[in-house]
Design a protein around this ligand. Structure first.
Ligand SMILES: C[S@@+](CC[C@H](N)C(=O)[O-])C[C@H]1O[C@@H](n2cnc3c(N)ncnc32)[C@H](O)[C@@H]1O
Length: 344
């Protein structure tokens, strides 16, 4: 059984997506924000795309423990039994209940108790425990404990290469949540979407690279690309903030994003145009087919919820053209999802 964690109120969209993609499997909502499925999501070669899944606890088990010490015992016995010697592993311990600090504090105490026990019983596992949210490697194993109440949780242990193989649904960020620092100088908060997508990709726009930014006004995404030292062609019907318009590495093209053509293959297609989802999907697929970019970050925006099944087109049409493809509703997204990745 796999346990999938989703955004508040998105359980039914995740269930619909699962039913469309895995009609023969059994899926159910378990509690608020949790969906279970027996769909074959733990294959190591075929990557899963589920836009409404924030974090996947593959082969998870619902379990209980009456105290911090008993939780630590439970986690440590799994870790010692299952994590291969000398291989890197991560521990994601997070509260999926309550609003305040209580759950966060409880998880911190369990973590401390886990570390104490490992130091005494299997010090080598302390050395191979990785901190941080860098992308998984094929060797990385992942232990997740999501507390759904102080004494109840989902425990999942996935051995490398599974977390890496299923990196499109198993996030390297605990809870699948990417913290983004505020930047008051950015022209719009939209910049957080681009930064989050970069972090999830484990790949950022680099100095000297070329970007096309479609639907660029007022300039949040261009601002990030310029700050990274890239060159930007910004396309919109409205001008960007003045300081960006006069930036020596930005060329502004006033016009229709859907008609824009660029002579050479660019390092990044950035697209945050407000348009019907089908148009944005067709645009991304056309850019991929015509080999017009190497990497891409593209927003797909929705009016209501009835167009969500269009997401499946990307899984069929775009995936074969990509070496990497993720589809996810970012933490910063409202009624939209983000498609990001790299062309073949
Ligand atoms: C959400 S805003 C983009 C925000 C931008 N990414 C940022 O970080 O500031 C969407 C933009 O798409 C532009 N837009 C909508 N349709 C367009 C089209 N057909 N061609 C060019 N721009 C378009 C709008 O003018 C608007 O500025």
């Amino acid at each position: 059984m796999h346990w999938l964690f989703t955004d508040e109120g998105s359980e039914r969209f995740l269930l619909d997506e699962l039913k469309r993609n895995y009609p023969r499997a059994h899926h159910a909502q378990d509690q608020e924000r949790w969906v279970t499925t027996d769909a074959p999501l733990d294959g190591e070669s075929e990557r899963t795309l589920l836009a409404f899944c924030r974090q996947a606890l593959l082969k998870g088990e619902a379990t209980t423990a009456a105290s911090i010490n008993l939780w630590a015992d439970r986690v440590v016995s799994e870790v010692i039994d299952q994590i291969p010697a000398e291989q890197p592993w991560r521990l994601h311990l997070w509260p999926a209940y309550g609003e305040g600090r209580a759950g966060i504090n409880r998880c911190a105490l369990i973590r401390e108790a886990v570390m104490e026990r490992l130091k005494k019983r299997r010090r080598a596992l302390v050395r191979t425990l990785e901190e941080g949210s860098a992308p998984f490697t094929a060797q990385t194993s992942l232990v997740q404990l999501a507390l759904r109440a102080p004494e109840e949780g989902i425990l999942s242990v996935t051995l490398g290469p599974l977390p890496w193989g299923q990196r499109t649904i198993v996030s390297a960020f605990p809870e699948g949540w990417v913290p983004i620092a505020e930047d008051k100088s950015a022209p719009s908060r939209a910049f957080t979407k681009l930064v989050e997508a970069e972090q999830r990709m484990g790949k950022a726009i680099r100095k000297g690279q070329s970007c096309v930014d479609l639907g660029a006004c007022p300039g949040g995404w261009s601002y990030v690309a310029l700050a990274r030292g890239a060159r930007v062609v910004a396309v919109d019907r409205s001008e960007l903030r003045t300081d960006l318009m006069t930036h020596p590495k930005l060329h502004f093209h006033c016009g229709d994003a859907f008609k824009f053509r660029h002579d050479v293959r660019v390092d990044w297609l950035l697209c945050d145009v407000i348009a019907a989802p089908q148009r944005s999907i067709d645009l991304l697929v056309a850019w991929l087919q015509e080999e017009r970019m190497v990497n891409f970050i593209v927003s797909i925006k929705f009016m209501g919820v009835e167009d969500y099944p269009l997401i499946d087109q990307l899984k069929v049409r775009a995936a074969p053209l990509c070496s990497e493809l993720s589809l996810i509703r970012l933490s910063a997204n409202k009624n939209e999802i983000c498609a990001f990745g790299s062309a073949i």
